[in-house]
Structure formats: structure tokens, C-alpha cells
Design a protein around this ligand. Sequence first.
Ligand code: UDP
Length: 245
Amino acid sequence: MSTGDVLYEGKAKIIYKTDAPDILLAQYKDDATAFNAQKRGTITNKGRINCAIATHLFKVLEAAGVATHFIDQPAPDQMRVRTVKIIPLEVVVRNIAAGSLCQQTGLDLGRPLAQPLVDYYYKDDALGDPLLTPDRIFLLSLATPERLAQLNQLALRINQILIAFFQNCGITLVDFKLEFGITADQQLLLADEISPDTCRLWDNSEPDPDRRVMDKDRFRRDLGEVDTAYTRVMERVLGQNTSAP
Ligand code: UDP
């Protein structure tokens, strides 16, 4: 697929314009970053692995009635997506305590949460993606109360769908990050990607707390076999069909 001008280059993807103003092309990269890009590296074949996983998961969500930006996958590491204006919020859903939740609250790693927790972070690298409160979201005009309620409801619905899907893969969905965008005609769509870069995924058949890790924590924490873990996730995800259960 021929590509147009670069609209935006992020840490994990390059976004190209296409001939159609309402369609963009996302090129998934092998580059990996962590800790607000202080740690950099590459993960072999990550571009095509994450593109395949995200494609499959967007199809699963679409089949369950969630509107996403996904159109199709013209090449193994390329996704055509609907043009949206990204809402600068990172919507994180957590089922089990891990990462910054443990660091900031003292909750033990691996503690199941009584109900899913939805956290909002300001998508701003210069500020270090700070945790927001609803009032700060309104203060900064990042969302109206109605939009925030809609995002919350959507995030929890996506969580239910993905928990069930990953359970069928023998994987526990610990937490994950979503981004949403709005089309020119004001439609709210799930955007960005869902992949081992943006989720914490634990192998149900591995009790060992390091060996069970199948996501970017392997890269963040130098646990090794990062590409092997990503490939395993891909194989298990692609082994499940995309239709609603
Ligand atoms: N996450 C992400 N991008 C970010 C920050 C977090 O995809 O910029 C994902 C991360 O992979 C994890 C979840 O969101 O699945 C929660 O991350 P957390 O807040 O615990 O931050 P971390 O410990 O990764 O710094």
C-alpha cells in the first residue's frame, strides 16, 4: 500500500495521510519505549505482532458492538483506520493491582480489585502523563461530564469483553490503556491500539510472578524473551475466533 505524508510519528506507530481525508494509515513499529521514553529499544517483529493482535481485538470488539477506528489491515504491520481527533486522555482499566497503582497506593502486586478501576491520565509527555481527577478533566476541558460518563461506561464494557476473550486464551487481563477519538461527524470511536504494549497480560498456566508476564513489563523490567512472549500472545489471540461469544 502506498503511503502519503506523515501526519504524526509516535513511539510505537507512524500515522500517514491517505488520498481519503477520513482514512489514515497506521504503520506499527518495532521500536519500544518505557518510562516516558527514558528507556528505548526494539522488540523483534513487534510491529507486525502488535498490528495482528490489535486487528484481531478490534474485530472482536466490533463484533460485540463497540465502534472502533479499525478499517482493515492492508499489510502485516499496517492498519487502515478512520480519521479521528484523539481525546488527550489515557483511559486505564484495572482488574488486578499492578504498576503505578501499587507504587502510588501500596496495594500488593497481584491483588484482585473488588470491581474494575478506571483511571484517567493526561496524555501529555512533557507533563509525564499525570493522573487526573474528574474535576481536573473538566477544568482542562478534556471532556464534559456527559462524555466522561460515556467513556467510563465504554471502558468497562470493553473490559468485560476483553476479560472473557483473554480468559479463553488462558490469559488474565490485569490492566490496559485505551484511547478514544472523535470523527469529523462527531462519532466516538475506540482508537490507538490494544496489544501487549498497552495491556498487562499474565499467563494462567505460569504461577511464577516473572515467568507469567506476557507484556511490555518484560521489556520494562528486563525479564528477557520479550519477542517470544509477544509471539505467544499473538498465537493465542489469533487462535480464537472474533465473533461474539
Ligand atoms: N499504559 C500504556 N501507556 C502508557 C501508560 C500505561 O499503554 O503511557 C498501560 C500499561 O501497559 C498498563 C496500564 O496502562 O497495562 C497501566 O499502566 P500503569 O499506570 O500501571 O503504569 P506503568 O506501571 O506502566 O508505568
